[in-house]
Design a protein around this ligand. Structure first.
Ligand SMILES: Nc1ncnc2c1ncn2[C@@H]1O[C@H](COP(=O)(O)OP(=O)(O)OP(=O)(O)O)[C@@H](O)[C@H]1O
Length: 247
């Protein structure tokens, strides 16, 4: 079940934010969407989740236009985590995670427990979610997405608020999701995390797709120079590469 953006053009607030982007997201892999601030990453993710209607072009899931999928089917298939969300409800953590089962209309106890374990939320499960720290809330909201076991996990900067240990454990969980056939698309700013943990990257620059494909190719020094204006080289072996900035 491939997720495809065909000649996708998006506008927000009357301004063009994505222009004629063609890209494919293979299931069973992690794809990182990267690019400078304002490049259009969150906008592309919103369109992939069916939450931002294209001005032209289409998003298709296995050949079918997303806009034609019934809303419940879409909610089951695509799990979307927005950027910078806060929990305002005075609800226990485990109940927030359980909301991920809403599209399925079941209690999904096993899925909820798996999601709680994946984000190491056991010690927090009875706490009111509103009282947690920013990083803890980010883990709760991601667990809610995972509890729905969507075929696609679409997450906007899921690692940004997490400490190093939680970043690594979440990345490892997302890799397991991908190995079991789910599609994972995440917006990332940290190019080393993308290089070391994603399979593919889509590089956006000024609303256009500057590069896409396997991370080793898409995140080349040339692309980093042309999109971020930074001279940098990758060192180290695959899986533990570091980006060295040249002065
Ligand atoms: N609700 C909105 N109304 C109008 N313009 C918007 C809106 N949201 C985003 N934009 C504009 O759309 C462009 C792309 O924004 P988007 O959030 O997709 O970028 P991004 O690559 O995710 O950026 P960042 O790395 O800063 O999160 C930016 O120029 C932004 O100012």
């Amino acid at each position: 079940m491939k997720l495809v953006a065909n000649d996708l053009t998006l506008e927000r607030g009357g301004q063009s934010v994505l222009k004629n982007v063609d890209t494919e997201f293979p299931p069973g892999t992690i794809t990182a969407i990267v690019g400078p601030n304002g490049a259009g990453k969150s906008s592309l993710l919103l369109a992939l989740a069916g939450l931002l209607e294209p001005v032209s072009g289409t998003v298709e899931l296995d050949g079918e236009r997303l806009s034609e999928l019934p809303p419940l089917e879409r909610a089951k298939t695509l799990g979307y985590l927005p950027q910078h969300t806060e929990i305002a409800w005075d609800v226990a953590v485990e109940n927030v995670v359980a909301l991920g089962r809403l599209p399925h209309r079941d209690r999904g106890t096993a899925e909820i427990e798996t999601a709680i374990a994946a984000l190491t939320l056991e010690p927090l499960r009875h706490r009111p979610a509103r009282q947690l720290s920013g990083g803890e809330q980010a883990r709760v909201l991601l667990a809610r997405v995972l509890a729905g076991e969507p075929r696609w996990i679409l997450a906007d900067e899921p690692l940004a608020a997490l400490d190093l240990a939680h970043q690594l454990s979440l990345v490892s969980h997302l890799q397991n999701c991908a190995h079991s056939g789910q599609g994972v698309v995440i917006v990332l700013h940290d190019l080393a995390l993308a290089m070391n943990h994603a399979d593919n990257a889509v590089v956006l620059h000024e609303g256009k797709c500057a590069a896409s494909g396997p991370v080793e190719d898409a995140l080349s020094s040339e692309t980093i120079r042309s999109c971020w204006g930074v001279d940098a080289q990758w060192i180290g072996d695959r899986g533990s590469r570091a980006l060295i900035i040249e002065h």
